[in-house]
Ligand binder design. Structure first.
Ligand code: F6R
Ligand code: MG
Ligand code: MG
Length: 379
């Protein structure tokens, strides 16, 4: 039987600042989803990563379903009411539309969904991030599904030896392309190494086109056209029995990489794998974080989660991420800590620079004037 797993997320308020979505908000969401169990949902799990609330839901209605999206929207609306009462920071910040109209995509919340026939045993990992953007998954998804130095199964498992297909979005032109690894892995890298523009949306197993991974790739800042926070992403990855093993999926996060986000969505910072408990970014509003929740799906029910990064084997990755954070923080507002102009989330930066615009003078004119001044021809 087909089952759909939908992960829909939004930031509707933080305590304090942008650090954490408090229990009060999770409770409201829990209440709204609980009401929908049996009627619309099979099961659900509500959590938060930093200031983002993540609704993990299973059902039989397929992806992009109006009832599921409407339910998530209602949960976020109810949570927003509480956030406003408590005057939480940025209350309702990701609900960009006045009213729900069919699908949360384009309305602010982020969304990753996949539908599949439940295997005899179905291990699934849900990743939730804060203080970064969807391109955060480009490098790890490449490692997981295309790099045999990360995923031994690409070499040892007959189901995977034909490789995987990657759907890549061009977020600027709103186009997409599918590339297959290993045959086109260099072309794939040529695109996804550019985090400014390209973003992996989905991965399928080449052998049978079975869905393997999906990422929420809404560009909130492009939707709103002004700063409304980063599009802190979520992703779903299926594991085992002809897919990468759970440990192969997690291995991609054992050596932290630099991602865009962090303070004011304007800085490169290391992606630190953390437990659910530690998903509360503080230093310089970060560093960017990712948590990994492992579930077994059983007749659509979510068994778990197992908090997968809550393990000593990731201590060194965390240490390394903190070292990387120390190192790059020294750069302050200088590149390469600071993001290139086009990637900065604060659309207010051009405003700051605009004020300087008329004070710029042609260098040639300045030089001429200096010469004239030397010769005493002008003051
Ligand atoms: C980054 C983020 C925070 C805020 C920062 C300033 O995604 O959410 O780093 O950008 O705390 O927030 P405002 O502008 O709301 O004072
Ligand atoms: Mg926020
Ligand atoms: Mg956030």
């Amino acid at each position: 039987e087909r089952v759909t797993i939908s992960v829909i997320k939004a930031d509707v308020g933080g305590l304090c600042g942008h650090t954490e979505a408090p229990e009060e908000l999770l409770d409201v969401c829990d209440y709204v989803l609980e009401e929908a169990v049996d009627e619309i949902l099979i099961d659900y799990y509500v959590t938060r990563c930093g200031d983002d609330i993540n609704l993990i839901m299973t059902h039989r209605l397929g992806i992009d379903n109006e009832k599921i999206h409407g339910l998530a929207w209602r949960a976020f609306e109810e949570a927003t009411k509480v956030a406003k009462e408590l005057k939480l920071y940025g209350a309702g910040q990701d609900l960009l539309a006045e009213a729900f109209s069919g699908n949360v995509r384009g309305m602010g919340p982020g969304c990753a969904e996949m539908e599949f026939v439940e295997r005899p045993s179905e291990p699934v990992i849900v990743f939730c991030c804060d203080k970064t953007d969807p391109s955060v998954f480009n490098l790890p998804l490449y490692r997981i599904f295309a790099d045999p130095f990360n995923t031994a199964g690409l070499v040892y498992d007959k189901s995977m030896i034909n490789g995987f297909k990657f759907d890549v979005l061009d977020v600027i032109e709103n186009k997409q392309i599918t590339l297959k690894a290993p045959e086109e892995s260099y072309q794939l890298l040529a695109l996804i190494g550019n985090l400014e523009r390209y973003c992996i949306k989905r991965v399928h197993r080449a052998k049978d086109n079975e869905i393997a991974a999906v990422v929420s790739s809404e560009k909130l800042n492009l939707i709103a056209g002004r700063y409304v926070g980063k599009d802190d992403p979520v992703a779903i990855v299926r594991a085992q029995s002809g897919m990468p093993a759970v440990g192969e999926v997690l291995e991609a996060f054992a050596t932290p990489h630099f991602v865009p986000g962090w303070m004011r969505g304007c800085h490169w910072g290391p992606l630190m794998p953390v437990s659910e408990e530690d998903a509360r970014p503080a230093r310089f509003d970060g560093p960017p974080r990712i948590m990994a929740l492992g579930f077994q799906i059983s007749n659509g029910k979510l068994i778990g989660p197992n908090d997968l990064f809550d393990d000593v084997s990731f201590n060194r990755a965390r240490e390394k991420a903190l070292e990387m954070a120390d190192m790059i923080r020294r750069m302050g507002p200088f590149q390469p800590h600071r993001l290139p102009e086009a990637m900065m989330e604060y659309t207010s930066v051009p405003e700051v620079l605009a004020e300087l615009k008329e004070r710029f003078v042609e260098t040639e004119k300045v030089e001429k004037a200096e010469k004239l001044r030397e010769r005493g021809e002008i003051e």
